[in-house]
Write a new protein. Structure first.
Length: 325
């Protein structure tokens, strides 16, 4: 996983939705290989592979990912209902990796989904995401609540805690995480394993975090927004679905006709995929029921009233034509 994230960050790509569900394990070789999947929310920062570009200084403002793996810099604005003020960097992937490591070591299994990890911390008789517990309870003893099975002085725990720093600038980079994990997993280095990676130089003061409102309801598991990018060089990857563009005519009359036809088609096809009976009144709203009733009245009037009149008129005209001849 760390190799994949370092590879992505080296090419100015931020995944933004790292979680166990998006990690695939291949066991066909001599050792398991972890592959990162689902790049639907990935972000290309600047030009891929461009030299001299620091991905950790590229700021994004689009809410994306899964709530349990959101970093504090993203979740704090969501709790304060300030989604338009969210800013974060590629360190969001570092936070997500730290959460995954802690969840694996603590075996945080979702009771409702056996075999699935659920990275939460029990606080005040309720389960909270790690970032939410840190934000709601200043001075939260994260080191005492996570990875309790690890022995004192565990290098893995120290590395994971450094990845879960509240200040994103104090988290290690993906390259530093990869080097530390290689030292830890190398048998020749276990006797003298270096500590967590050195933190980058101090950064300017970060504004104080606004106090979130009282907790009323849980946020949705995934939340995405379509806000603009702060950097014109950034371009999201190609969508995973097919986009069909409808040409717009220059004529205003044609545009109005096209809109009218589109509205009629949408009204006729609404609910078609669900029950295949758009003419059925089952499950329709009051407005749709009224529209269907009007359509049925018009159809009945045409069949039983207008059609006989036109037919009689045709016979009358035909008879007079024959008499005149």
């Amino acid at each position: 996983m760390a190799e994949g994230v370092a590879y992505l960050h080296g090419r100015n790509i931020v995944h933004r939705d790292l979680k166990p569900e998006n990690l695939l394990v291949e066991n066909s070789g001599p050792r398991p290989v972890v592959k990162i999947a689902d790049f639907g929310l990935a972000r290309v920062c600047g030009q891929t592979g461009a030299g001299g570009f620091n991905i950790n200084q590229y700021y994004m403002d689009t809410i994306a990912g899964t709530r349990y793996y959101w970093p504090p810099e993203m979740l704090r604005h969501m709790l304060a209902q300030q989604a338009d003020q969210v800013t974060y960097t590629a360190k969001t992937d570092i936070w997500a990796m730290g959460i995954i490591i802690a969840a694996i070591l603590d075996r945080m299994i979702d009771p409702l989904r056996p075999g699935k990890l659920q990275p939460v911390i029990p606080v005040d008789e309720q389960a909270m995401p790690v970032a939410e517990a840190i934000l709601r309870y200043p001075g939260f003893p994260l080191a005492d609540m996570l990875m309790k099975s690890e022995p004192p002085g565990s290098r893995v725990k120290d590395l994971a805690l450094s990845m879960l720093a509240v200040n994103p600038h104090q988290r290690p980079t993906s390259d530093q995480v990869l080097r530390s994990l290689r030292h830890i997993t190398n048998p020749s280095n276990r006797a003298n394993v270096p500590g967590p990676p050195a933190m980058p130089p101090p950064v300017p003061h970060i504004p104080s975090m606004p106090a979130p409102p009282p907790y009323t309801s849980s946020l949705p598991p995934s939340y995405s927004s379509a806000m603009r990018s702060p950097c014109p060089l950034a371009r999201p990857p190609s969508p995973m679905h097919t986009v069909v563009e409808i040409p717009v005519e220059s004529s205003e009359r044609d545009s109005e006709n096209q809109t009218s036809w589109m509205a009629c088609c949408c009204a006729a096809c609404w609910k078609w995929d669900s029950d295949k009976k758009f003419y059925s009144l089952a499950g329709k709203g009051l407005g749709w029921v009224i529209v269907l009733l009007i359509m049925w009245v018009i159809a009945i009037a045409v069949v039983f009233y207008l059609f006989p009149i036109f037919f009689c008129y045709y016979l009358y005209c035909h008879k007079h034509c024959c008499d005149d001849s």
